[in-house]
Structures are given as C-alpha cells and as structure tokens.
Write a protein that binds this ligand. Structure first.
Ligand SMILES: C[S@@+](CC[C@H](N)C(=O)[O-])C[C@H]1O[C@@H](n2cnc3c(N)ncnc32)[C@H](O)[C@@H]1O
Length: 305
C-alpha cells in the first residue's frame, strides 16, 4: 500500500480537522525521516522543537524555494565567472545551476548558457526568473537541462564550464571522479573549467560553527532564517542547517529546518583528483567575501584539459 492509500485508510471515520492534523503529522514524520539529520546547534534546536519541527533537505522542492530566497543577494564568484566568460565562443555550461545565481548574470552578459541541475523545482524557479528578467536577455539563450552532473551527456562542447557555490562538495570522491570525466569530455580543446572549493575545514582545529541570521520572505509572509554552518574536522563533516521561522502579523506561524550535509575535500585534494581525471589546475583565485552565502577560505580553481 502506498502512503496515500495508507493515509486514506487510517483516516476513515475521522473529522476533517482530525484528518488534516493526522496528515500534517504524517507529512512531518516523512520529512523528518528522509532528510539528513542536523549537527551542532541545529541538532539542539531540533531537540527543543521535537517532532513539531519538520526537517527537509535543502534541495527538496520546499528547500529549493528557500535556497532561491536566501541567495538572491549573494554575488560571490559572479565577478570572477563573468570575467572568465567574456569572449567565450558558444554557450557556457553552468553545472548544478540551482535557481540561476550564475546563469542570470551570464545571460545578462550576452552569453548563451546551458544550465543543468538535478532538482526540477530549482529549474522551474530558474525558468520563472528567466522569463521575468526577459528585458535583460540581450539576445542570449538559456537551455535548461534536468540532469545529474556526474552522468550527463550533451551534444555540445564548451569553452567554459562552471560549477559554483562549492557544489563539488555535494559529491563523494567516486562521484567527483565521474563528474570530472564528464566535464573533460565536454570541454573544448582550449576550454576552461572553473569550480569553487573551500578550505575552511583545514583551518579549523576543533568543531566550529558560524551562525548568521538573514531576513527574507516565505511567500506573502516575512521570514527569519537562522543559518548554522557546523564544521567538525575530527569527524570530517560539514553541515549547513537553516531554521526558517515564518512571521505573519508579528507572530511566528511556522518553523521548519532545512539541512544539507556536504563532503569535506580541500582545494589541494581536489587539484590531485582533477589531475588524475586529466584536468590540470592552472590558476587559483581567492574569492572576495561579501554575499550571504559567502565564507572565508573559498577559492576558485581554473582548470584546462
Ligand atoms: C549550492 S546549490 C548551487 C546553485 C547555483 N550554482 C549557485 O551558485 O547558487 C547546489 C545545486 O546543486 C544541485 N545538485 C545537487 N546534486 C546534483 C547532481 N548530482 N547533479 C546536478 N545538480 C545537483 C542542487 O539541486 C542545487 O541546485
């Protein structure tokens, strides 16, 4: 029996309110059991709220909408990537494009873009943003591709492939090897691959946290976002958790926790992995800090075949 029929059978004979309450509880349970569990302060926040706090993956449909809201003003890497894109022949491949934080400025520059992501909701939001931003299109075209960056196959080769927001850390070592093989396959002979990496775990001698509070919206309501980045160099883990509190007429009407656990790999280790995949690192650009998603110790690696 699937969960929908299961829920219908269980709710037989109950009032509308009871049914809705039960459905909400079931939805919360499903969300809590399917998402990565938080660490550090976020784990303690979850203890405080208990079962009343739904936990979701940051790249779930709901999380994709949150990601879009909190990264709208994040301009980290954009200047460096636009500089590399100037004068590129043909489209730029924006891997793990999300809701278009890099795609939109690339298009505004007049660059055609192939924007690939595995999350349909991210691509839906990007499609909406592209349509809304039509006035800035400058004749450039964007092709949206739903796909996995470790297994894609496109009918094109690219002068420039970008992988921003340290998204390479979403992958474990075998997946990174598959990604780099795909990138090499799709790079033009003189093409470049730019990817951002983070070295901040190396700098931490003991578990550390960065906690920031961002304001924003959740649909028509205001929202507070408490972002907790927890690094544990001993366990080799880094997780990012966001408590979203939706505020309506001065009252918190909903609390949700969004979690992403990433892999820890330094830029030096990445350079070795890239090298093994036939991609040579030719430059390392330290990234300026400033945006809300920004972190110290982020570097943009530039590679060629
Ligand atoms: C940190 S966001 C980066 C989004 C955007 N590039 C930016 O700079 O803001 C990571 C993105 O990677 C996507 N993603 C995760 N795993 C993926 C995979 N295996 N293949 C393609 N996209 C993936 C997620 O859906 C999400 O949109």
């Amino acid at each position: 029996m699937n969960s929908a029929t299961n829920s219908a059978a269980k709710s037989a004979g109950k009032s509308g309110n009871e049914q809705r309450g039960e459905e909400r509880r079931e939805e919360r349970e499903r969300a809590v059991t399917t998402a990565v569990q938080p660490t550090g302060t976020a784990a303690r926040i979850l203890e405080v709220f208990g079962e009343h706090l739904p936990v979701r993956d940051i790249y779930s449909p709901e999380g994709s909408r949150l990601y879009d809201v909190i990264t709208r003003d994040d301009h980290s890497e954009v200047r460096e990537i636009l500089r590399a894109a100037r004068g590129c022949a043909g489209p730029v491949l924006d891997l793990a494009c999300g809701s278009g934080r890099l795609t939109l400025p690339l298009r505004a520059l007049g660059q055609d873009v192939v924007a690939l992501d595995s999350a349909p909701e991210m691509l839906r939001i990007l499609g909406e943003r592209l349509a809304a931003d039509g006035a800035r299109r400058s004749g450039a075209e964007v092709r949206l591709v739903e796909g996995d960056m470790t297994s894609f196959s496109l009918d094109l080769s690219f002068d420039l492939v970008v992988l921003g927001a340290t998204s390479v850390t979403l992958l474990d070592a075998p997946s990174r090897a598959r990604l780099f093989a795909r990138v090499r396959e799709h790079l033009a002979p003189t093409g470049r691959f730019l990817l951002s990496a983070t070295d901040h775990l190396e700098r931490a001698a003991r578990p550390t946290e960065r906690i920031r509070l961002l304001t924003g919206e959740n649909g028509p309501d205001q929202a507070l976002h408490l972002m907790v980045e927890h690094l544990d160099p001993l366990a080799g883990t880094r997780s990012i958790s966001i408590l979203r509190q939706t505020v309506r007429a001065g009252e918190v009407v909903a609390n949700e926790l969004f979690v992403s656990r990433v892999h820890t790999v330094s830029s030096a280790e990445l350079s070795d992995e890239l090298d093994a995949a036939g991609l040579r690192v030719t430059a390392r650009h330290p990234l300026a800090t400033g945006g809300p998603g920004d972190a110290p110790g982020v570097v943009l690696l530039e590679c060629v075949r």
